[in-house]
Design a protein around this ligand. Structure first.
Ligand code: SF4
Length: 240
């Protein structure tokens, strides 16, 4: 079987007519693993492969989410142009038309209710440059004071709790390279084994060094399974 796979892959390689490399960074979690996406165009199809690139955080590892992240960009159902709803149906329109409609609607709303009546909502996976432009767009073009991003909803409760407990609002209170020298680690409400798997070797090395790991989570997860103590809170306890 392995021999046939090797033969197949070599045959595929020969058919490659054009090859492009894209160096990218996975946006799905704070590890920000680096990768190279290889695009190979053949006579009948284009195929993609992802390889991990070395970097100080994930040390050259990638998880399954990162390996398949390119699929969002190349998926056949990806919406590539604006859609406008007419009689309940979405119809493709030009960017010029879409932007003129947005401008007209925004202008009407702001004239009627003030500039702060519109807001801008960004995403945690925006690059620094795009986030900067979005901020400029909100403040200078729209002149609204309301700008937010999805990270507030996923992190604000944790940030408040961490502030009260440790006086710092970071998700991680140590540097990654300090993890394996730590005596005791508390993982509260996090499932790193499944959500940030490339960070796991830091904790595995810590365990080899004798670190005690406490996991606070109502669920049994792959993370709680590696804990020395799993504090499994009941819902009633979490409400207080
Ligand atoms: S651990 Fe996985 S999800 Fe997180 S940045 Fe790396 S590849 Fe992406």
């Amino acid at each position: 079987m392995a021999e046939r796979l090797v033969k197949y892959s070599r045959a595929q390689q020969k058919d490659v007519q054009d090859e492009h490399f894209y160096d990218a960074q996975c946006p799905y979690c704070s590890m920000q693993c680096k990768m190279r996406v290889i695009e190979q165009k053949g006579p009948s199809r284009t195929q993609y492969k992802t390889i991990a690139l070395d970097n100080p955080t994930s040390e050259g590892r990638l998880c399954v989410k990162g390996i398949h992240a390119y699929q969002h960009a190349v998926h056949r159902e990806r919406v590539k142009q604006p859609l406008f709803k007419v009689d309940g149906q979405f119809v493709p329109v030009s960017w010029e038309f879409a932007l003129s409609v947005i401008k007209e609607k925004f202008t009407n709303i702001q004239e009627k209710f003030g500039t702060d009546a519109v807001s801008v909502y960004g995403g945690g996976s925006l690059t620094n440059e795009v986030a900067y432009l979005l901020g400029k767009f909100a403040r200078v073009a729209l002149r609204t004071k309301y700008i937010d991003y999805n990270g507030r909803f996923c992190m604000s409760a944790a940030a408040s709790a961490a502030n009260q407990a440790f006086g710092i609002d970071r998700g991680l209170t140590t540097r990654l390279d300090e993890i394996e020298q730590t005596d005791c680690i508390i993982l509260a409400g996090t499932n790193i084994a499944e959500c940030q798997p490339t960070i796991m070797p830091y904790f595995e090395r810590a365990k080899e060094n004798g670190t005690k790991i406490i996991v606070i989570d109502p669920r049994v997860t792959e993370t709680s399974k590696m804990a020395d103590w799993h504090i499994q809170l009941k819902l009633e306890q979490m409400q207080h």
